[in-house]
Design a protein around this ligand. Structure first.
Ligand SMILES: [Zn+2]
Length: 406
């Protein structure tokens, strides 16, 4: 239970101005975040709680399809990255000098660690398919951290790596993962506005990579959605000569602003080649494993959701990640022990309770009601000495007030 009388973080009377979005202002006003440097924030208690709820939804859905969670280190040795040529070829990553002339990579992705790891355990065709994932902070040495949440230097990511014997099995697993991602969007209320979008193949492959783009009005990135077959295209693959759907050839499209929150890369055998990862198939023939990477930018996703559901005064959180289930407003100081007892009772019924037991001078009912709205806690309980006398409380759910007996 969060007791606001003892809680260190305080709301601000007005919204600090942030130029390019609404949600950051609200999050600053509601003590969810504090800025450390450009686009780097400390998360206080409730913002961290929301982050964990999103991470747990992702975790549950990944576990459901038989993926196994692991946690790899944030640092990795230079040698691994030399093997895949990425140490010298990619410059947006942090190389860290250490003692004894050693150098490390502050991990932005983990193919170079997960491949040698799984090589030890995948010895035969019977050991695949297999998928492992982790939820971990990642780092990119961006030349300029572009606006708001487009490019961050530090972010929380879920990255999953699948190993399959052939393309058919890889494609099947991809379909499973697509459904899993859609379940995740659904639980976060953004399913309707999220498009699987074809994009550049990045450094691994000449095929299209797949991004999951969520429509967001203030976003700088454009996606081109085919009017005929709804295939979505990242701007980067649309030629200057004009739009032509890569799926059906239609030239009619809707252009929408969107944010990339997930991506999928078919890594093919690039890493199996680099780390000499082979298994024997049923006929005793050597085969290289096909590897795919499935990412979700969990911290970015959280900001996308905040912005998507923000209005002038508050953020209408999806029910699955609400910062608390019930907000209890205490009006008078008498019988505080009794109120705490009742709050504990609520805690048993509702999982997460915020008890607004602030009794100092300026903490009027109005101030508390505004804070409850700012945090957008949909269930509000008001207890005064009067209602307590009769063992009643005032209960507000989605704007409807009722009087409830304990
Ligand atoms: Zn089309």
């Amino acid at each position: 239970m969060i007791k606001l009388s003892k809680f260190p973080f305080k709301t601000m009377k007005s919204k600090p101005k942030v130029s390019d979005n609404i949600s950051t202002s609200l999050l600053l006003q509601a003590w969810f975040i504090r800025q450390n440097m450009a686009w780097v924030y400390t998360y206080t208690t409730l913002w961290l709680r929301i982050l964990r709820k999103i991470a747990n939804i992702v975790r549950e859905e990944m576990d459901n399809i038989g993926a196994y969670e692991i946690l790899m280190p944030a640092l990795s040795p230079k040698e691994n990255w030399k093997k895949t040529w990425r140490w010298d070829s990619i410059d947006v990553f942090f190389h860290l000098p250490a003692t004894n002339n050693k150098e490390y990579w502050l991990n932005s992705t983990h193919e170079e660690i997960v491949t040698p790891l799984m090589k030890e355990f995948i010895n035969s065709y019977k050991d695949v398919p297999v998928c492992v994932y982790q939820i971990q902070n990642k780092f990119r040495n961006e030349k300029r951290a572009k606006s708001w949440l487009l490019r961050w230097r530090e972010f929380l990511m879920k990255d999953a790596y699948s190993f399959n014997l052939d393309h058919k099995k890889s494609d099947e697993f991809y379909e499973t993962m697509k459904k899993t991602y859609m379940n995740i969007f659904n639980r976060l209320w953004i399913w309707k506005d999220t498009y699987i979008t074809l994009a550049d193949g990045w450094t691994f492959t000449d095929k299209y990579s797949h991004e999951f783009q969520t429509i967001l009005d203030i976003w700088e990135d454009d996606i081109y959605i085919c009017k005929k077959c709804w295939t979505s295209h990242n701007k980067e693959i649309v030629p200057e000569s004009g739009f032509k759907c890569v799926n059906c050839g239609s030239t009619e499209c809707d252009v929408k602003k969107a944010s990339e929150v997930w991506n999928i890369f078919p890594l093919e055998t690039k890493f199996a080649d680099a780390f000499d990862m082979k298994v024997l198939d049923k006929d005793g023939k050597e085969k290289k494993l096909i590897m795919w990477c499935y990412g979700i930018w969990i911290s970015r996703l959280m900001w996308v959701i905040a912005e998507k559901f923000a209005n002038e005064n508050s953020i209408n959180w999806p029910a699955s990640i609400t910062p608390a289930d019930v907000y209890i407003i205490v009006i008078q100081e008498e019988n505080i022990k009794k109120w705490e007892e009742l709050a504990k009772k609520f805690e048993k019924e509702w999982k997460e309770v915020i008890l607004d037991d602030r009794m100092w001078k300026n903490a009027s009912f109005g101030v508390k009601a505004i804070d409850c709205e700012l945090l957008w806690i949909k269930n509000r309980v008001v207890i005064s000495s009067k209602t307590l006398e009769k063992w009643w409380y005032e209960f507000t759910q989605d704007g409807k007030i009722s009087i409830v007996k304990f």
